[in-house]
Design a protein around this ligand. Sequence first.
Ligand code: NDP
Length: 296
Amino acid sequence: MKRVFITGALGQLGRALTGLLKENHDCLLYLTDSVPDEKNVVKKLDITDEASVKAEISAFRPDVIVNCAAMTAVDLCETEQEKAYNINALGPKYIAEAANEINAKLFHISTDYVYDGQADTPYVEESRPNPISVYGRTKLAGDYYVMGCCPDAVILHTSGLYGEGKNFVKTMLRLADEGKSIRVVADQFVTPTSALELARVIVFLMNTDCRGKYHATCEGSTSWYGFACKIFELTGRDVRIDAISTPEYPAPAKRPPYSVLDNKKLRELHGYYMKDWADALKEYLDGIERYRCHEI
Ligand code: NDP
């Protein structure tokens, strides 16, 4: 039985991964987040608290650690830079040091925002990072710490995550249901990725001989506008939606115009293919509809 320690267990990826491991796998889980859940199944652990991180990891002695915790509010990172650095860079450093100390396999999650988005073909793992936001810079610093402190760690770069929690899909559905006018940028290209698809990759890699940097996004790509259109198409909503350009939607943090990643290493080393982004979205939306039916 694998002992698995998860940070950020109440976030989108943390919930998807926990659900998957509980359903299908023979694991003993130790779940943590910045706040405990109501049933205290998820314990409080602030990853910026070095002493607590190291004490809890060494006490549980996990075989695998998955760091799903991060400060993901990209715009807020611009104004709360120290907090962003502590959570996105120093927290992963403490976890990596603790993992290395006990030879635990560490999976750390990073982002497409480590790239500047000036490319016109998908980024591969060897592409040069050049972040253009505080979020991207602090995540990249975290990646460097993880690799420096725990050379056997795996860093998974993903993009446009949606799962249980606040995300673009839920925002679009809410705006549509409220009858609000919807304007979405059509000149930023990403690959929307379901948290469940990313969780499946982590579970798969847990049983392989993997190390280093991996890209892990769904297949294909689209603009945020294209993503929104697909959400409404798949949920049968007839919504008016305007395509706008980035300057028409000013935001504190700069976004890369093209942050599409190629999962070259997953494909070439492991023969692993993630779902196409539209198929993964359909799976997610079907799940939401089922959940809504249960609620009623
Ligand atoms: P979420 O924001 O949904 O979850 C992150 C979790 O980390 C939250 O529960 C958060 O708690 C917790 N957390 C924040 N600060 C701390 C702290 N100091 N100590 C312990 N826990 C903390 O993130 P996602 O699941 O969406 O993202 C997972 C990973 O994927 C992250 O590394 C992220 O950078 C990366 N990623 C995400 C993308 C996205 O679109 N969301 C895109 C690309 C990469 P609280 O809510 O209380 O702050």
